[in-house]
Design a protein around this ligand. Structure first.
Ligand code: NI
Ligand code: MN
Length: 226
């Protein structure tokens, strides 16, 4: 599965020939200045929660590409009101079979107010199952035992985990999360973008290595094949 990292918690994964774009916060990201939002491809946009650093460029990209936006009910309804041409609401514990495979909204421990103050429901993560393999995106979250349910249910090729601390898990809890979801290949997200979430890359990579796992810290615009 080809993964392209666009900075912060935004990345795309190509499965079944479709491009799934997650949490497209690009034009507002000081570390993603080199990314041209107008050329970011998407067939589906999956949004984990209502915060601006995740909703970001969703409406603009959805309008340009016609991508279907998948999010929790409140986030999906809000994005539709802002002009997203098509949305598919999920709620926690529910999944749906799309033409790329199945996407399930799973628990996260975090808040989810929309950029204008509207209630954004509850924050979530996603498990995607496809013929090319399965993966998990934690969204913004604390470490939670619920992650064990993901590991029990679904063999994962990789997991995208928040690691920046302060607003989410830091590297130590993310190592435990990787153990809970039973995954060795980890894409680190939600770090360095703002001063409170700056991390020491070498220390974080070593923590994962010591646990028998590999932490991939890509630069915005870089791609990796999981
Ligand atoms: Ni957040
Ligand atoms: Mn965030």
């Amino acid at each position: 599965m080809k993964v392209t990292y666009y900075g912060h918690a935004c990345f795309s994964v190509v499965v079944s020939g479709k491009t799934l774009l997650f949490d497209p916060f690009i034009s507002g990201n000081p570390l993603a200045r080199a990314i041209e939002v107008k050329s970011v491809p998407a067939d589906f946009i999956l949004v984990s929660h209502g915060h601006d650093d995740h909703v970001g460029d969703t409406v603009g990209i959805a309008k340009r590409t016609g991508a279907l936006v998948i999010a929790n009910f409140e986030v999906a309804m809000w994005l539709e009101k802002q002009g997203a041409p098509s949305v598919h609401p999920l709620n926690h514990g529910g999944g749906f079979k799309f033409d790329f495979g199945r996407a399930k909204l799973v628990n996260a421990i975090h808040s989810s107010t929309m950029p204008d103050g509207t209630n954004g429901g509850n924050a979530g993560g996603f498990v995607v199952e496809s013929v090319d393999g399965n993966f998990y995106f934690s969204g913004d979250t604390a470490l939670t035992l619920d992650m064990k349910l993901v590991g029990e249910a679904t063999p994962l090729k990789f997991a995208a985990l928040c690691i920046g601390d302060n607003f989410t898990m830091g590297p130590d809890d993310a190592v435990k999360a990787a153990e809970f979801v039973r995954c060795r290949e980890i894409l680190g997200v939600h770090y360095d973008t703002f001063p409170p979430i700056k991390i020491d890359h070498a220390i974080a990579v070593e923590k994962f290595r010591a646990a028998g796992k590999t932490l991939h810290l890509l630069r915005p615009g870089d791609a990796f094949d999981f």
